[in-house]
Design a binder for this molecule. Structure first.
Ligand code: ZN
Length: 382
């Protein structure tokens, strides 16, 4: 990566230099100003090749002041610095572009957008926000609004985020119903956390209105019913969610099972959860099945069979909770295999110099070429 950037850093100015020279292969333009500009430019190029970036930028800025056509060079440099993570330099280059009096409106907006992106990358979100605000109702309107939406979401300012999403939708920049529903769900959870039941209900209704078919508002509605001690309504809400969205079963299973137990409807729940488990035997559905299964022998069978369906540490850990007498030969062997497979990476050594983890002991690390850098003990434990 560094290698590529290095070549970019050299290649970009070189390409520019060739273009610059080509564009000036006109004897009428070989004026004194042009020669001085070229001198400043090659000075900048030399400084850049000598890794004196700050001085190079100064030289390029001097070139720019002499020659209005070098805006592309500055855009290229600024974006290059941003990609390299040198945000201060990127900001400097783009700010200088913005300060130029001769720039056309379209170029100014492009520079403003680049500057706003620099601020985001540098983590200066307040400055990024005002930079994006300056781009509203310009050709960068959609990009600026999308960036503002992301900034509001990052700041967890859900009301502002939804307002921005609605404006994007109103301007025909796409459908944002799902995103607005997520914002409302976040507000509902916040209201619930501070004990504001009415606020939670209102936000939840807004979420359902914004995206009636979305998974999260329906799941949240079911969970809210359950937490309010209304398991029958909660079960209805779960059914309304799971019928069109069977993939949501792992998220809903535990709540579904608890509501069924509260209503004494274990048998029906066993059947419903069992069907979902047969389609995709995951650990969440197994746990839910165990919740609605009272017969101890049947519970043990479920756990043992789960290990056969999904051999691995998660299932093995559940089998280990059972009394050894319930295991049987096959389950015991599968538990051993699962633990042995998980332990395999812990038999490695780790180089103290570079962190390389070989299976076999090396006196010279193949990673950093250091001698005696591998401690002679295996990792064994995490
Ligand atoms: Zn090493």
């Amino acid at each position: 990566m560094d290698f590529d950037l290095q070549w970019l850093l050299i290649g970009l100015p070189l390409a520019f230099a060739l273009g610059w020279l080509a564009s000036r292969f006109d004897l009428r333009q070989l004026r004194r100003d042009g020669r001085e500009g070229a001198r400043a430019y090659f000075k900048g190029l030399t400084l850049l090749l000598n890794e004196q970036h700050d001085k190079a930028i100064d030289a390029f800025i001097e070139t720019v002041q002499r020659d209005a056509d070098t805006a592309e060079l500055q855009f290229g440099l600024g974006n290059l610095f941003r990609r390299r993570g040198e945000f201060e330099r990127a900001v400097r280059v783009h700010q200088h572009l913005l300060e130029r009096g001769d720039l056309k409106a379209a170029e100014r907006q492009r520079a403003q957008y680049a500057l706003a992106q620099d601020f985001v990358k540098a983590g200066l979100f307040d400055r990024a926000e005002s930079a994006f605000h300056a781009l509203l109702d310009t050709p960068f309107d959609q990009e600026a609004r999308l960036a503002l939406l992301a900034l509001h979401e990052r700041a967890r300012d859900w009301a502002a985020a939804s307002a921005e999403a609605r404006e994007l939708e109103r301007r025909g920049h796409g459908a944002f119903g799902l995103r607005i529903a997520h914002h409302a769900c976040e507000r509902a959870l916040e209201a619930e956390a501070r004990g504001d039941a009415a606020g939670a209900d209102t936000a939840l209704r807004e979420a359902l209105d914004a995206a009636p078919q979305a998974v999260r508002p329906r799941l949240l509605a079911a969970e809210r019913m359950a937490s309010l001690g209304r398991p029958a309504e909660a079960l209805q809400a779960y059914d309304a969610l799971l019928l069109p969205h069977p993939a949501a079963w792992p998220l809903a299973a535990a709540g579904y099972a608890r509501c069924a137990v509260a209503l004494g409807r274990q048998a029906a729940a066993r059947e419903a959860i069992g069907r979902a488990y047969a389609d995709d035997p995951g650990i969440d559905l197994l746990q839910a099945l165990l919740l609605v299964q009272d017969d101890e022998a049947a519970r043990q069978r479920l756990v043992i069979e789960h290990l056969q369906r999904r051999p691995g540490l998660v299932a093995a850990a559940r089998v280990l909770e059972l009394p050894c007498t319930a295991w049987g030969e096959q389950a015991a062997a599968q538990v051993r295999d699962a633990v042995a497979a998980a332990a395999q990476p812990l038999l490695r050594y780790r180089c103290a110099g570079c962190g390389f983890e070989p299976q076999h002991y090396f006196w010279q690390c193949p990673g950093c070429q250091g001698w005696d850098t591998l401690p002679p003990r295996r990792l064994e434990a995490l």
